[in-house]
Design a protein around this ligand. Structure first.
Ligand code: GLV
Ligand code: MG
Length: 349
């Protein structure tokens, strides 16, 4: 087992010191773009103000004959653009693919100082993180990268879910994790062809009431992803890293996308992927705290300045536990206000 004192040592001589805490960042949506398509690269500068994170996708959805062009396109756009406070991420190909080594070495070599996070797909266990951790440190050292490039794992294999706690704790380089419902469904042998969201057959059948028969009994649809999201949130938060819901594939069903995002938000996720421009606004709406909740949370903090004791507000008891809940909401609202002045004004900042 690694000695605790070594955990925060750089893994290569000359690589930056690992973070002890995650840098503070608003990451309500990770917006994917396909960097091999020139028209999409051209839209990047205009998108920066509108999204929290921009991710150049090199993995699934990029055709095999466009893998090199996607990598080069990502490097070109990263070099040419000032991303300001907006996060710059890439999703590399998986660790057993023929493209990963070029993805990591070329991207870090060319734009390592601009890259915030590498998203790595199909992570099965901590050994995958250890490999990438070491490789990133070597490349950071070689190319004089000044701040650590973080790792974000996609939770999308049955084995990954089994090992989720060890993955979350594998390295101080871990930023967080996203649920990958499409690959996870395939890996587990789940009987759905959807990318995220519910399934009409997955539910609980209500008891037969007087006058009803099987034809009129109600089936209450359940959330297929509840167990995995809960497990992921516990693994991440207990290790000081962030949990995200991943993709929602039915672009025509905004209501269902919003409901899935909202379940994730309520359970502790801080963001989700946006694969279509309209999902950016959905994510902003869902992952920014509700105005009434923020105003009430501010009243709790005002009523209990040092967070101790108990007070009544509008007939509801507040104590140090609700003070902590209120602080989570107000801290997030402050972060949103910096990026989004209209919401900030509604929160009263
Ligand atoms: C995402 O990568 C997924 O497989 O759902
Ligand atoms: Mg996937």
């Amino acid at each position: 087992m690694k000695q605790p004192k070594d955990f925060f040592k750089p893994l290569a001589i000359g690589a930056p010191e690992p973070y002890r805490d995650l840098p503070v960042a608003l990451e309500r949506m990770i917006h994917f773009f396909p960097p091999h398509i020139e028209k999409m690269r051209a839209k990047v500068p205009a998108m920066i103000e509108n999204v929290d994170v921009l991710l150049g996708n090199l993995e699934d959805a990029i055709p095999v004959d466009a893998k090199d062009a996607a990598r080069q396109g990502f490097i070109d756009v990263a070099k040419a653009t000032d991303f300001g406070q907006t996060g710059l991420w890439t999703r590399i190909n998986c660790l057993n693919s023929p493209w990963i080594l070029d993805d990591v070495t070329e991207v870090v070599g060319a734009v390592g100082n601009k890259l915030d996070v590498v998203m790595v797909p199909k992570v099965e266990g901590p050994w995958d993180i250890h490999y990438l951790d070491q490789l990133l440190a070597q490349l950071e050292a070689r190319h004089g990268v000044q701040k650590p490039i973080m790792i974000h794992a996609i939770l999308e294999t049955a084995q990954g879910v089994k090992n989720v706690e060890d993955i979350a704790a594998a390295s101080p380089r871990m930023h967080g994790m996203s649920l990958g419902p499409a690959d996870l469904a395939a890996s587990r042998g789940m009987k759905t062809t959807r990318v995220g969201g519910g399934h009409p057959f997955y539910g609980v059948l209500a008891d037969v009431k007087d006058g009803e028969d099987d034809a009129t009994r109600v089936l209450y649809q359940q959330d297929l992803w509840h167990y995995t999201v809960a497990k992921m949130v516990d693994a991440c938060v207990s290790n000081g890293i962030k949990a995200f819901y991943g993709p929602f594939g039915d672009f025509a069903d905004s209501a269902a996308c919003k409901a899935q995002f909202r379940n994730a938000f309520l359970m502790g996720c801080v963001g989700a992927w946006s694969l279509h421009p309209q999902q950016i606004d959905l994510a902003k709406e869902v992952f920014s705290p509700d105005v009434d909740e923020v105003l009430f949370a501010k009243r709790i903090l005002d009523a209990m300045p040092d967070g101790s004791g108990a007070v009544m507000l509008d007939g509801k008891m507040q104590d140090d536990a609700t003070w902590k809940q209120a602080k989570v909401i107000v801290d997030l609202a402050r972060l949103v206000a910096q990026k989004d002045p209209v919401r900030g004004a509604a929160y009263g900042f």
